[in-house]
Design a protein around this ligand. Structure first.
Ligand SMILES: [Zn+2]
Length: 234
């Protein structure tokens, strides 16, 4: 193999690794955001459940007060009944008492409903609290993992970057520019010629191109895609 080709293949292998590592590095912020979103959603759900519970408790207390005041109203009517001598007034007070009693009974129905609601909310609150607490622990660990992955990737990338000059040193500048452009635009710059077919664009090359590649005396490009070709020995 042509020494330049050999060196370009090593360079390409390292550049490919650096590219993969950089792509992986790029996904970290989104992964982190996804984890944080997941956690805040669960916390929000736990908060909603607790707020529902609190609202029901407040309503329950309000109904208690309402019943108490209605009972006071009945007591007042009862006292008035004892004080009156008029039959009409007496009947009116009785009506009033019945009316307030019906009101109390409908409030009590509402209280029963609320108690059922609160009973049903209990497990939901406990469950969502538990889910949020568990997610918090889990997400913290996952974020720590992401951070160490980030550090690790940065280290590997820095290593590849700093060692790159030793792999390009001595190579023709124009060749390096061509290589760089091909690598950037086509993904691969140096590709194998297999059975007269460029493994980059999968097109058959001309007989003379094929012969030049096999001669291994110069850098030969695919006439279709311009990638640098090397003869793959089976
Ligand atoms: Zn090609």
């Amino acid at each position: 193999m042509l020494p330049e080709i050999e060196r370009l293949l090593i360079l390409q292998d390292r550049d490919r690794r650096a590219r993969t590592l950089k792509a992986e590095l790029k996904t970290i912020p989104a992964d982190r955001t996804a984890l944080e979103t997941k956690l805040s959603t669960l916390k929000g759900q736990a908060n909603d459940a607790r707020q529902k519970q609190r609202a029901a408790e407040v309503e329950q207390a309000r109904l208690d007060t309402e019943i108490r005041s209605k009972r006071e109203q009945i007591a007042k009517y009862e006292t008035q009944k004892l004080q009156t001598r008029k039959n009409e007034e007496y009947q009116a007070l009785n009506h009033g008492i019945d009316h307030v009693k019906r009101e109390i009974s409908s409030i009590e129905d509402r209280q029963l409903e609320l108690m059922e609601t609160l009973e049903a909310l209990k497990p939901a609150v406990a469950e969502s609290d538990k889910a949020a607490a568990e997610a918090e622990v889990q997400v913290k660990k996952q974020i720590a993992d992401l951070e160490s992955k980030n550090t690790n990737l940065l280290g590997q990338i820095a290593e590849l970057d700093s060692a790159r000059p030793t792999h390009t040193d001595g190579l023709d500048e124009d060749l390096l520019i061509t290589y760089g452009n091909l690598f950037l635009t086509k993904g691969e710059a140096v590709v194998a010629l297999r059975n007269e077919v460029c493994s980059g664009c999968h097109m058959k090359v001309t007989v003379s191109t094929s012969a030049s590649v096999k001669a291994r005396k110069s850098i030969v490009h695919c006439e279709q895609c311009n990638r640098i070709l090397f003869h793959e020995v089976h």
